[in-house]
Design a protein around this ligand. Structure first.
Ligand code: MN
Length: 495
């Protein structure tokens, strides 16, 4: 999948009229060059705006940024000194994410030639401090990126931030459909306040009777089904029973029909994420797990058992990582290997894990399933690739939400598990099993997560900041006593 076309970041340069036209021409020339450079290295278009030298122009530009749907964020840089009272009216109105780029046009000082003219032109050391004070004074939650604009780490930080800004913008128009319209009975952590989620994040979360989906599936034509079966054949290793002429071929045909009906329902309704629940499968021949796997692989957000919060997270993380290697999937912490010093978490779900995280070509199989009381469902079976990963969960604490991110290392699955024909992931959480699990329980993290090897914890921190939600990272350096304090303070701060 790709990032939404038409997204752009505005590059705003601050100065003032005091310097005179000659210096301001230089400022404009330099900032154009930096904006053009960033335009070349960021996945989102970077649009240069004329230098801002007074409160009226600043206010006008901020209001224009708000009114431009494609503008997902602004980068600000004070080339020279820009008295920041001029920025109050604009910044208090600005509704788009802001990254403060603290850079300087020149990398090295011209030691033998440096004079006061150079000093007055290259003044971000001082202009950006004035601007930083105002952001702090206004309590604006923003990103700060420090370093020379051509340094790869600066481009990287802005690249990550711009991806998150695109996802945060998409969040404001995200539509999630819940097939069956409900959470798993009696389950607490996967539930939450849908009204609050729409106010805060922009997520529209609505349910549909599963019968509406069944009706759409019934409209799917045989020709479409045959075409999709050909796609399966070129994408997966298929067990003989599901192959052409195999005795379970009809089951695969039913699964393909489910996928086509679901996909059509999502497209026609403008939904980018969805949930299912095995407690409401009336009229469906099998649990639609394979369809969920396929739709996730195409960029849809998904949550099982009515878990709309994880469905939304999966979707936003798919957007953040668009075009990158590694995938994003719905995941569940399922069972433990508790042998001392070799502790592991085995993650899986009944069926619904996205093949974008697979290590190698998935195998398309059919097996009985104890839960749901339906016919044997098709599913993709694979192991997740090893490597640094994250698991993210969003929990509703009553009146506010918390995003919890676990850093972990997925490890290669060395032992075959012939009696467990589902998609599987095996990992060691950071900083170590004991502290990680302790921290996760303290913070109230769910058993469902959005799992990824293509999104970083730092990006999720930016996302939390843009969505205005508490962020808790569990990983390198996590200390239980410090985390307890952090959670206490955050609780006070939220009151
Ligand atoms: Mn589950």
């Amino acid at each position: 999948m790709t990032l939404p076309r038409g997204d752009e970041i505005w590059f705003l340069t601050g100065s003032q009229d005091l310097y005179g036209p000659e210096t301001l021409d230089k400022v404009a020339e330099h900032s154009r060059e930096i904006a053009a450079y960033l335009d070349g290295v960021l996945p989102t278009r970077v649009v240069w705006k004329p230098t801002l030298t007074g409160p009226d122009a600043i206010l006008r530009t901020c209001l224009e940024a708000n009114a431009t749907p494609g503008c997902v964020g602004v980068i600000t840089w004070m080339h020279t000194f820009s008295p920041s009272k001029m920025w109050i009216r604009g910044l208090t109105q600005l509704e788009k994410p802001l990254a403060h780029l603290h850079t300087q046009y020149n990398r090295s000082l011209p030691w033998s030639e440096i004079d006061m003219d150079f000093m007055n032109l290259n003044q971000s050391a001082h202009g950006d401090r004035e601007f930083g004070f105002m952001l702090a004074r206004l309590r604006l939650d923003h990103k700060i990126v420090v370093g020379h604009w051509q340094d790869p780490d600066v481009a990287d930080e802005l690249e990550h931030w711009s991806r998150v800004a695109s996802a945060a913008s998409a969040s404001r128009r995200l539509k999630i459909v819940r097939f069956g319209g409900m959470n798993m009975r009696e389950v607490a952590v996967t539930g939450g306040d849908r009204v609050e989620a729409e106010i805060r994040f922009g997520w529209s979360v609505n349910g549909h009777a599963v019968g509406d989906l069944v009706a759409r599936i019934a409209e799917v034509g045989d020709a479409e089904v045959e075409q999709l079966l050909e796609q399966y054949e070129s994408s997966y290793t298929i067990v003989p029973a599901l192959q052409r002429g195999g005795d379970r071929r009809e089951t695969l045909r039913d699964a393909a029909r489910q996928e086509l009906g679901m996909r059509a329902f999502l497209v026609e309704g403008g939904y980018e994420a969805f949930t299912t629940t095995f407690e409401d499968l009336y009229g469906l021949k099998q649990l639609p797990g394979f369809a969920c796997q396929r739709l996730m692989a195409d960029g849809y957000g998904f949550g099982a058992e009515g878990d709309w919060k994880t469905a939304a997270l999966v979707r936003l993380m798919k957007l953040i990582s668009a075009g990158r290697r590694g995938g994003v999937s719905f995941m569940e912490d399922y069972t433990y290997h508790l042998v001392k010093n070799e502790e592991r978490v085995l993650g899986a779900h009944m069926l619904e894990v996205c093949p974008s995280i697979a290590d190698g070509k998935p195998s398309l199989e059919v097996h009985p399933l104890g839960i749901g009381g339906k016919r044997d469902p098709c599913r993709l079976v694979f192991n997740a690739a090893p490597g640094p990963s994250v698991g993210a969960t969003l929990v509703d604490l009553g009146g506010r939400m918390r995003l919890i991110v676990q850093e972990l290392d997925a490890v290669k699955i060395e032992v075959p598990m012939p009696r467990l024909p589902v998609a599987r992931a095996l990992w060691v959480p950071r900083p170590d099993f004991k502290r990680a699990c302790h921290a996760w329980l303290l913070a109230g993290g769910a058993h469902h997560t959005s799992f990824s090897q293509a999104v970083t914890a730092a990006e999720l921190e930016d996302l939390a900041s843009m969505l205005g939600v508490e962020y808790v990272r569990i990983g390198h350096g996590t200390d239980i006593a410090a985390l307890k304090q952090q959670l206490r303070w955050n609780e006070q701060a939220a009151r």
